[in-house]
Design a protein around this ligand. Structure first.
Ligand code: ADP
Ligand code: MG
Length: 680
């Protein structure tokens, strides 16, 4: 067995499990070993119940003694379960997760982390985390937590990692030449991979991580640079004539474009008139009007006789875009078609025929727009919305549907300009830094769950005024089933409490059609409150919504909260964002305060970075681009710059590398960029 062997060669992997691993992008042993933990839990310091100190977070092993109780205490739904070890028995408390009562089973042992607090007259442990442990539990350690899918437990992944390391651990492919490793002070790959999964100390973890982050940036930079040096000219683009069409189209819109929208359109127009092939990223906060920009440029392409495709990350978004586009375009005699997975066979056949014969000029859809079997007549502009949800390969696949079409990528995720330049190579960037006029500042408040009653009363009042609201209930567990249950329970609770409101929910386990129907009802005003996890579609647009209520707000990234907040305040009415969190952590409080204080996406993401940078050492979640496996483009900036410098030196032959080493690197670069060349 070596690092290239199929992962199915490891013990205990049957067909089912293999499929699940494949879903995570794991096919070979190397894929498995480069499936890095997304965070760690330090379980190395354990204590006993008898030694618990008041108000101190501790980890201990305990057995469930009695079936738990759910207790309603004012605004809280409390679950209390008595647990014990040989030194004593204590009540363990969870808030608002009533299903745990049946999840924790009498007689089973759990590794529990929490704080002993004086609650309701008794000392009890408020649990922040727990894990069931088996019979052969060898004691706490620093545990890796992996991105996973349902049916693949952390324990299973951990065991697989251990076995893979045992089988090939000292035998992994080293990509970085010795001289680069020496001069840049980088650990060996074998060591790094082993340590990143099962860190022994903080120091060794840092060395391991630095090495892997460096490798990731170096390979990315090296690959981009190599390719750029090969392609001096990325070619001419399809030229569109008659730019006045854009002005004519703008006149048909129900509003005047903002200065920023006009500027960005001007940038694109100039480039295309110049005969260049456009390859552009448009960044603009939620609500900045990216769709109108896309429409205007699409209209120009269509007036020149070409087709335009726009890909959205979800069915709901695709449907919404379909609506906006056909509304604007049909009165101008342009046919828009929708391509999504939810289409019936006959509808799909008809749509595909229109795409192939050129009758459909505007094609809107999900991934379906770039799948096999979709033939375009003359695709000249490929637009991708909400870029951070797509991998480079998917975007590339859409581009390949045309004969070197222009590319426009739209995102609401602010990426500092320098970083984006490095990561996206020669992609040009336009920024929509102005919101349409008349937008009201959204009143944002951060409160704890004692405010629930008041919030609900407020919700009822807004609904009575004819407004609508979203309630975001967090993804509380790795387990999708529990998550769905949680949303359903919460929805029931809201229904019971908000008697005069029509409440419905959407969640990740619903069929696209069912989701779509609920969203439509909401958009049509037939529902007042929509409950969901963030799985719903960050881009939906219902101007009558004035309330965004986010439960357990501390669990979300700031950029994500900011995007969610952007769902309201789209109509003329005063809008509110209520962040509910019971987190006592200073960091959480400060993060949420950032949102209360600022409504600038760039400021928010920078602050998030700063705060998290000084925050927890283990456990910072990477939230970079999907193609970065370990590096964080914000917090790893210094390593990025180092790796970039090294890549430039390597290309200039300034390192003493053997031919063999260089060849291996080049091969690796090639693999990395396979199918992605169009973006550089
Ligand atoms: P996003 O950038 O988040 O994709 P949208 O394109 O969905 O934003 O636009 C949000 C809302 O603002 C839509 O209802 C759209 O019609 C409206 N809008 C866009 N541009 C303008 C403008 N220049 N003036 C007024 N309203 C606008
Ligand atoms: Mg949008």
């Amino acid at each position: 067995m070596d690092w290239k062997s199929p992962v199915a060669m490891l013990k205990g992997i049957g067909e089912q499990r293999e499929k699940k691993l494949n879903r995570l992008g794991i096919f070979t042993i190397e894929d498995l070993l480069t499936h890095f933990p997304r965070e760690y839990k330090d379980r190395s310091q354990m204590t006993h119940i008898g030694d618990l100190e008041l108000n101190e977070e501790s980890t201990f092993l305990a057995q469930v003694k009695f079936q738990g109780d759910n207790i309603r205490l004012g605004r809280f739904l409390l679950t209390r379960i008595m647990v014990g070890d040989e030194t004593g028995v204590v009540g363990a408390l969870w808030y608002n997760q009533p299903y745990l009562k049946n999840t924790l089973i009498v007689g089973n042992w759990y590794l529990i982390t929490g704080k002993l607090q004086k609650k309701y007259g008794k000392n009890e442990v408020v649990v922040s985390d727990f894990e069931k442990v088996g019979d052969n539990f060898a004691g706490g350690r620093i545990l890796p937590i992996y991105p996973s899918v349902e049916g693949l437990s952390q324990k299973m992944l951990r065991n697989l990692m251990e076995e893979a390391l045992e089988q090939v651990g000292s035998n992994l492919q080293e990509y970085l030449p010795v001289d680069i490793r020496k001069k840049c002070h980088l650990a060996e790959r074998n060591f790094a991979i082993e340590e990143i999964h099962f860190p022994k100390t903080e120091e060794s973890f840092h060395d391991a991580r630095r090495r892997l982050v460096f490798e990731e940036f170096f390979v990315l930079q090296g690959a981009l640079l190599t390719l750029k040096s090969q392609l001096t000219d990325i070619g001419t683009g399809i030229q569109f004539k008659n730019p006045d069409a854009m002005t004519a189209f703008q006149k048909t819109l129900p509003f005047d474009l903002t200065g920023a929208q006009k500027r960005v359109l001007g940038e694109m127009q100039a480039e295309i008139l110049d005969g260049k092939r456009m390859n552009r990223l448009v960044q603009g906060d939620v609500g900045s009007g990216k769709t109108a920009v896309a429409m205007t440029i699409a209209y120009w392409a269509i007036q020149n006789g070409y087709q335009v495709a726009m890909m959205a990350p979800t069915e709901v978004l695709a449907n919404q875009h379909m609506q906006s586009f056909s509304e604007s375009f049909s009165k101008l005699g342009i046919e828009t078609v929708l391509l999504t997975g939810a289409l019936k066979a006959k509808e799909k056949r008809e749509a595909l025929a229109k795409v192939a014969n050129g009758e459909a000029k505007m094609i809107v859809g999900t991934h379906a727009v770039m799948q096999k079997g979709v033939e375009y007549h003359n695709l000249a502009l490929a637009i991708t919305d909400e870029q951070h949800r797509f991998g480079v390969r998917q975007r590339g696949a859409l581009t390949e549907k045309g004969d070197e079409p222009h590319t426009l990528i739209m995102t609401a995720t602010p990426i500092p300009r320098t970083l984006a330049l490095i990561l996206y190579g020669d992609l040009d960037i336009s920024i929509l830094d102005e919101l349409p006029p008349g937008r009201q500042k959204i009143d944002t408040m951060a409160v704890d769950s004692r405010y629930h009653e008041r919030i609900y009363t407020f919700l009822e009042r807004e609904v009575a005024k004819g407004r609508q609201g979203y309630v975001i209930c967090p993804m509380i567990a790795e387990n999708e089933k529990i998550e769905v249950q949680n949303v359903l329970d919460y929805t029931e609770e809201l229904r019971a409490r908000l008697k005069n409101c029509r409440v419905a929910c959407v969640h990740g386990k619903q069929k696209p059609k069912e989701k779509q129907e609920t969203m439509e009802l909401f958009a049509e005003g037939e529902l007042d409150i929509l409950v969901s996890t963030t799985v719903i579609e960050v881009g939906i647009n219902v101007p009558n919504s004035t309330i965004m209520l986010i439960e357990n707000a501390e669990r979300f990234g700031l950029a994500q909260l900011h995007q969610l907040r952007g769902r309201v305040g789209r109509g003329g009415e005063k809008s509110y964002c209520i962040l509910v969190s019971d987190s006592k952590s200073k960091l959480s409080k400060e993060r949420l305060k950032t949102l209360v204080d600022s409504d600038d996406g760039f400021v928010i993401s920078e602050t998030d970075l700063k705060l998290r940078g000084t925050g927890e050492f283990f456990g910072t979640r990477q939230h970079g681009l999907p193609e970065l496996k370990i590096a964080n483009m914000y917090t790893d900036m210094p390593i990025l710059l180092e790796a970039q410098k090294a890549a430039i030196s390597w290309l200039a032959d300034e390192f003493a590398c053997t031919e063999d080493e260089n060849e291996k690197l080049c091969q690796h670069f090639g693999e990395l960029l396979q199918g992605k060349t169009l973006y550089i």
